[in-house]
Design a protein around this ligand. Structure first.
Ligand code: IPM
Ligand code: MG
Length: 374
């Protein structure tokens, strides 16, 4: 296949550029081994773009993204001590991109691997068998609701955010989750706060209305507080979780550490237009530039891009396997290493993944198509 796929690469801030570099090496290795052609356009976003042009997402960059086949992002965000105007916050770049690309389903797969038993904060017998997909609504809720803002005089100011969902908005993401559940173990957990919030009452009604259309999927409703608890007491009881934007943001950080570290979790944001790919972790300014960040989330995010935007399941499986093998060999970046044990640099982890990937790609075709929606 000599089809050219155009990818906008947005490394962003903090550790974003370091991990993105390793991820793109992996993408290029896949391209070389399989005779694929990816045309990469690198642009600054977030704080890096503000420094360059005064805006977190310049219009030309947004236009480039809209005209690409996929957008691959590193991370955006400044350190807690940096003060900027709201319209110059690096996170704006991400929120505008999600909105403009019309992504509404954010997929965050959480899988525990026995190789990382020593890294997860849970006892191994509790973490064992953890393998679920969070489907987070990404285009609505508190993140975008109007009105929002702070008004009044100092001392008596008031702030408002709006949590609003339309039925159609709920339906499209819930359908997406049902479809994924069909390709997995057929169990959908819808997470809400229907004992308190009206948006959740409507959410639950939509899930129940759609359920009969998916007879192979077992539906369960769970309050978000209960879900937060069950994630650490019985994580293996989940298959697919679907939930609104803010709940999904919080639960996915919690879910990520079940794998051993936030540095392990990839994500794909899918919707009506171009899909956006980014690791779940942020820019981690405290460790930026030291060459110690874990590139695995970003590398696995390349796998998700190959799988969901380009239908390259075999190549995506190969990346997952290469990462698994490296972990099984005991290689650890600092976030995964037990205190007092050795850890490797970002680049060394990238090198090791590349070496394994070459072996897997040379010997594969074996696992193709086995696991489609992870
Ligand atoms: C995430 C992040 C973002 C979010 C931030 C950086 C705006 O936490 O992708 O989970 O809240 O969605
Ligand atoms: Mg988050």
């Amino acid at each position: 296949m000599s089809l050219t796929r155009r990818i906008a690469v947005l490394p962003g801030d903090g550790i974003g550029p370091e991990v993105t570099r390793e991820a793109i090496r992996v993408l290029e290795a896949v391209a070389a081994a399989r005779g694929l052609h990816f045309e990469l356009q690198w642009r600054n976003v977030g704080g890096a773009a503000v420094a360059e042009s005064g805006e977190p997402l310049p219009k030309a960059t947004l236009d480039l993204c809209l005209a690409s086949d996929a957008v691959f992002m590193g991370a955006v965000g400044l350190s807690a001590t940096d003060r900027v105007k709201p319209e110059q916050r690096p996170e704006r770049a991400l929120l505008i991109l999600r909105r403009e690309l019309q992504t509404y389903a954010n997929l965050r797969p959480v899988r525990h691997t026995p190789a990382l038993d020593d890294a997860t904060p849970l006892r191994p017998e509790i973490a064992a068998g953890t393998d679920f997909m969070i489907v987070r609504e990404l285009a609505g809720g508190l993140y975008y609701g109007q009105p929002r803002g702070i008004s009044g005089d100092p001392g008596s100011r008031r702030a408002v955010d709006t949590l609003e969902y339309g039925e159609a908005e709920i339906e499209r993401v819930v359908r997406f989750a049902f479809e994924i559940a069909k390709t997995r173990r057929g169990h959908l957990t819808s997470v809400d706060k229907a004992n308190v919030l009206q948006t959740s009452v409507l959410w639950r009604e939509v899930v129940d209305r759609l359920a009969p259309e998916y007879p192979d999927v077992r539906v369960e409703h769970l309050y978000v507080d209960n879900c937060a608890m069950r994630l650490v007491t019985r994580p293996s009881s989940f298959d697919v979780i679907v939930t609104e934007n803010t709940f999904g943001d919080i639960l996915s950080d919690e879910g990520s550490v079940l794998t051993g570290s936030l540095g392990m979790l990839p994500s794909a944001s899918i919707g009506k237009g171009v899909a956006l790919y980014e690791p779940v972790h942020g820019s981690a300014p405290d460790i930026a530039g030291r060459g110690i960040a874990n590139p695995i989330a970003s590398v696995l995010t390349v796998g998700m891009m190959l799988r969901y935007s380009f239908g390259l399941h075999e190549e995506a499986d190969a990346i997952d396997q290469a990462v698994e093998r490296v972990l099984a060999r005991g290689l650890r970046t600092a976030d995964l290493a037990r205190r007092g044990t050795a850890s490797v640099s970002t680049v060394a982890m990238g090198d090791a993944i590349l070496a394994e990937l070459e072996l897997v790609l040379a010997g594969t075709a074996t696992t193709a198509g086995e696991r489609v929606a992870r």
